[in-house]
Each structure stands twice: as structure tokens, then as C-alpha cells.
Write a protein that binds this ligand. Structure first.
Ligand code: SAM
Ligand code: SF4
Length: 330
């Protein structure tokens, strides 16, 4: 089997696949005015059949994990069918999702039944009012209840992500609230540093803060950094034997962040993106129209990997094709 590998020796067992750009939330850093149809691009989102062929081709290239994202992936009417088709007929070992947790209290059972292997839920604050202010929705309780339901159903792989925002969710009181939460909940909570995108420069300037404030809190409170496995993701994790859960930090502006990059992205309309912030994005959709195109598809993806750059150059203010992360799925 020819495996996905780039010229810097990085391997890619992991794909993030956006299945829709549509989202019902209005997160200030992503879609502050809500989702708007992009009139310059009238292509439809990938269909179930196209996703099935794509997943099969990717698994033959050694991809073992697909993360479904968006927009809000659970908004798609055929969302559970997508999970099932990837799980049951593509050869991919793990199917996971990133979601805003909308109606999670209602969906929890169906999610577990679909065979999903893991869920990342975005919760920017445990303070109801702050949550409302950041996302435009007063839905914190239904999300927390949803997590409780997942736990009761013995669903194990739960992660929570929050974007760290200066003066909003970045003080010791916020950190302490999360500490209390993961003391008794076996979930991994990670802060992600706010990233600059094509659309959010003013927001970025106002709210970006280095994750050092959180690292300082962790060190002060006896959290110990966990050594990373070979296929570890971008998160630096911290453990403490007194707690059921773990903490993590995703700091895209840190030195060497790109060295451990093990992911490629595919947009909801079938563009392969080599980097979240890259300027290259070729369309691979024409090669998932028929079952007999798998070899051609694999060949094209392998060739494209030669163009993956060593770093995202975000620190130079380069945001590439990314206007906001609802298109590429974060
Ligand atoms: N709607 C789903 C959600 O919010 O989880 C999935 C898509 S969302 C684009 C994926 C992740 O990207 C979320 O955790 C979100 O907080 C994060 N995100 C979006 N814009 C970001 C930005 N500018 N900087 C850092 N993280 C961002
Ligand atoms: Fe929607 Fe996720 Fe973007 Fe928030 S971060 S607006 S939930 S796509």
C-alpha cells in the first residue's frame, strides 16, 4: 500500500472532512453574522455516494481516521447515514466529529448507535452568559446535558474545545471552572489559540492572547505535561492524578507546531487542502463520481502531497484561502 507521506517525512493517517458550510451558530471569531450563502460558488456539498468513494480511496492510502466537521456537520439530514457509510463500507477505522453540540441532549443516543468513535464539542465557556455572548445562542445547558447522556451511555472519547479569548474566557476564574468540571468528568478539555483568518482581523487583534496564561495556571496547579505518542495530534496534554479528565493546549502560533502536522483537509465541495492556511486547494470531486476511479483518485492525492509546505507561515499574517473556518472545518 502506498502511504500518504510528504517530502518532510510527515505521514497523514488523519483527514478532516467538511460535509457542509452551513452553521446555525454565530461565533464571533468564525461567522459573527451567521452563515451566508456564497453566491460565487454554487457547487453542492459532497453527496453520500461521493463521500463513500472518497473514504474508500483514502483508506487505501493508509488513512485510518476521518473527522467530520463543517460548518455544523450534524445539520445535514443524512448525517447519521454518512457516519454509518464511512464506518461500515470504507475501511476507515475511526470516524469522529467536531460539533457545536446543538441539540446534543436529543441526539446523544442516535450518535452512539451510529457507531461514532469520538466527539469533539466546542464550548467556549461554562458561564451561560459568556457562552451566549460568544456563540449567539443560549444553549449551554442542552450541550452539557447531552454530554451527561453520552457518559451514561458509556461513550468514552469526549473532548471539549474552547477558543481562548482575551478578557472573555481567559482568567483564573474561567480556568478554575473547567478544573472543577474535569475533576469529576472523564473528558479532555483543550484551549485553542484564536487564529487569524481572512475575515476576522479586527476580532483577532482585539481578542488574541497567547495560551501561556493557561500554561502558567496549569503549572501553578501541579499539572504535569504528558509525553506525546508518535501519532499524537496538535494538542499538548497535561495530566493530574486527582482529576478524571485531562487538559490540553492547541497553540498554532507556537514554534514547531507544523512539525507534528498529520492531517489534510477536504472541503464540503471536494477541494483537497494541504494546510488549513495554505494557498493550494485542488478539486478532487471529478474522481469520486464512479466506483472505478479509485486508482486515479489515489494517484492525484499522492501527487498533490508533494506541494505541502513545511509551515503555515501564520505568524507572518498569511491566512491563505481561509476566510473563516466554517469552510475548512477548523
Ligand atoms: N461547528 C463545529 C464546531 O464549532 O465545533 C465544527 C466546525 S468549527 C469551524 C471547528 C472548530 O474550529 C471549533 O472548535 C471552533 O471553535 C474552531 N474555530 C473556528 N474559528 C476559529 C478561529 N478563528 N481560531 C481558532 N479556532 C477556531
Ligand atoms: Fe459554527 Fe463552528 Fe463556526 Fe461556531 S465555530 S460559527 S459553531 S462553524
Amino acid at each position: 500500500m502506498e502511504l500518504l507521506k510528504d517530502k518532510f517525512g510527515r505521514k497523514f493517517p488523519y483527514i478532516r472532512l467538511s460535509i457542509t458550510d452551513v452553521c446555525n451558530f454565530k461565533c464571533g471569531y468564525c461567522l459573527p453574522n451567521g452563515f451566508k450563502i456564497d453566491k460565487s460558488d454554487n457547487r453542492t456539498f459532497l453527496s453520500l455516494e461521493e463521500i463513500k468513494r472518497l473514504a474508500k480511496g483514502l483508506s487505501e492510502l493508509g488513512v485510518s481516521k476521518i473527522r467530520l466537521t463543517g460548518g455544523e456537520p450534524t445539520i445535514r439530514k443524512d448525517f447519521y447515514e454518512i457516519v454509518k457509510v464511512i464506518k461500515n463500507s470504507s475501511g476507515i477505522n475511526k470516524t469522529v466529529i467536531t460539533t457545536n453540540g446543538y441539540k446534543l441532549d436529543k441526539f446523544a443516543e442516535q450518535l452512539v448507535e451510529s457507531g461514532l468513535d469520538g466527539i469533539n464539542i466546542s464550548i467556549d465557556s461554562l458561564d451561560k452568559n459568556k457562552f451566549h455572548k460568544i456563540t449567539g445562542h443560549d444553549r449551554l445547558n442542552e450541550i452539557l446535558n447531552g454530554i451527561e447522556k453520552l457518559q451514561k451511555l458509556n461513550f468514552k472519547n469526549i473532548k471539549i474545545n474552547a477558543v481562548l479569548l482575551k478578557g472573555v474566557n481567559s482568567n483564573d476564574k474561567d480556568f478554575q471552572q473547567w478544573s472543577n468540571y474535569i475533576k469529576s468528568n472523564q473528558v479532555e478539555f483543550r484551549y485553542i489559540e484564536l487564529m487569524q483568518t481572512g475575515d476576522n482581523l479586527d476580532y483577532f487583534k482585539k481578542y488574541h492572547i497567547s495560551s501561556k496564561v493557561f500554561t502558567d495556571f496549569l503549572i501553578k496547579n501541579d499539572w504535569i505535561i504528558q509525553t506525546l505518542g508518535i501519532d499524537a495530534g496538535p494538542s499538548k496534554n497535561y495530566i493530574n492524578p486527582e482529576f478524571k479528565g485531562k487538559f490540553g493546549i492547541i497553540a498554532p502560533y507556537s514554534k514547531d507546531f507544523c512539525k507534528s502536522c498529520n492531517r489534510l483537509r477536504i472541503t464540503s465541495r471536494g477541494d483537497l487542502r494541504l494546510c488549513l492556511f495554505g494557498n493550494t486547494g485542488i478539486n478532487i470531486r471529478h474522481l469520486i463520481q464512479r466506483d472505478d476511479q479509485t486508482e486515479e483518485l489515489k494517484d492525484l492525492i499522492l501527487k498533490q502531497l508533494n506541494f505541502k509546505k513545511e509551515s503555515h507561515y501564520l505568524e507572518l499574517g498569511e491566512t491563505g484561502l481561509t476566510n473563516n473556518l466554517s469552510v475548512t472545518g477548523g
